[in-house]
Design a protein around this ligand. Structure first.
Ligand code: 5GP
Ligand code: ZN
Length: 114
């Protein structure tokens, strides 16, 4: 499990690794995914290192800030329809263990997801 010292997304939040940042606030940073799965594909992360949804749920203030970051990003990008995905666990596709909300938009999104 990544720790803040060796965590890719902590490094992006700190500005130590470059990313295409579209928005940031006191609690969250939003940047473009380097392997986009839709015309708009950005990731919203908390600045504080938490691994997954369970750890977010333990901090209601952080949970609210993360969702506020999603909504503010959608507003900023003018998205009227978008999908938010939080993969939890390697079996569900989580590959970076610093929680991140994917925002996908700009193409039809089928349901159920694969
Ligand atoms: P997960 O698979 O954990 O839900 O999502 C991780 C996401 O991070 C993937 O969509 C992947 O493309 C993205 N990603 C991995 N490394 C980097 C990186 O160095 N920079 C950016 N901007 N995105 C990354
Ligand atoms: Zn981290």
């Amino acid at each position: 499990m990544a720790t803040p010292e060796d965590c890719l997304f902590c490094a992006i939040a700190a500005g130590d690794i470059a990313a295409d940042v579209v928005r940031s606030d006191e609690d969250t940073v939003t940047f473009r995914d380097t392997n986009p799965q839709a015309p708009t594909h950005v990731l919203v992360i908390p600045r504080r290192h938490v691994a997954d949804v369970s750890e977010v749920a333990a901090d209601p203030q952080l949970a609210a800030a993360l969702l506020a970051g999603v909504a503010a990003t959608a507003d900023l990008l003018g998205l009227d329809a978008y999908r938010t995905v939080l993969n939890t666990g390697a079996g569900a596709g989580q590959s970076v263990f610093h929680v991140h909300a994917h925002i996908l938009a700009g193409r039809p999104l089928s349901w159920p997801p694969g």
